[in-house]
Design a protein around this ligand. Structure first.
Ligand SMILES: [Zn+2]
Length: 172
C-alpha cells in the first residue's frame, strides 16, 4: 500500500532531545502530529513505514526516530490513507494552518521538503481526540479516505510493542 499518514503522539513530560543535525531542543509535554508518506514497497510501503514508527530501539534515521525513541513519547493513534499521489506536504500545511498548531523545530521531518512546509512535526494545544478529529477532517477535505488505527496497547515494554504491531497488521 502507498499513501500518507499522520502519527498522533503524546509526550508525557517536557523532554530535552537531540534531533540529529537539528541539534538539542526542548519538547513540551503534549500532543504532536507527524505527517509522512510512503510510496515504496516492503519496508518502504505505508504498512512498513508505520510498523517502523511503532517499534522502539531502532537505528536513528529520521528526525522523528529521535522523538519516538524517547520513553516519554507514545504514538496514540495513526491516521492514514491509501493514495498514489504525494499528500504529505498538503496534509502538513493544512495542519500548520490550524490555530492550535505550532512549529517548535523548523525543518523537523522536512529537510528534503520542496513545498515550503515549515516542518512536518506540529505541536498542538489541544487534546488527542480533538486533534484526531481535525486531522480526519483535513484528510477528507483533501479528498482522501482516512482510516484510523488506535495504538491503545502501546507501552515501551517490548512485548506490548509486538502486540500493537500485530494489531496494526490485523487492522489493515
Ligand atoms: Zn512538506
Amino acid at each position: 500500500m502507498k499513501g500518507v499518514y499522520t502519527l498522533i503522539i503524546f509526550l508525557k513530560t517536557n523532554t530535552l532531545l537531540k534531533i540529529g543535525k537539528l541539534g538539542i531542543h526542548t519538547f513540551p509535554r503534549g500532543i504532536y502530529t507527524y505527517t509522512g508518506s510512503a510510496m515504496g514497497i516492503g519496508a518502504l510501503s505505508l504498512e512498513g513505514r508505520i510498523k517502523r514508527h511503532l517499534r522502539k530501539n531502532k537505528k536513528m534515521k529520521w528526525h522523528i526516530d529521535y522523538l519516538l525513541n524517547s520513553d516519554n513519547a507514545q504514538i496514540q493513534s495513526v491516521i492514514y490513507a491509501e493514495t498514489n499521489e504525494k499528500f504529505e506536504c498538503k496534509v502538513s500545511q493544512e495542519i500548520e494552518k490550524l490555530k492550535a498548531a505550532h512549529v517548535l523545530v523548523k525543518r523537523f521531518g522536512a529537510s528534503d521538503c520542496k513545498e515550503g512546509c515549515q516542518a512536518h512535526l506540529h505541536y498542538l494545544t489541544l487534546g488527542p481526540s480533538q486533534v484526531q478529529e481535525l486531522v480526519l477532517k483535513i484528510y477528507r477535505k483533501l479528498g482522501l479516505e482516512p482510516k484510523l488505527f488506535y495504538n491503545v496497547n502501546y507501552s515501551s515494554n517490548s512485548s506490548s510493542v509486538c502486540l500493537s504491531r500485530n494489531n496494526f497488521i490485523s487492522h489493515l
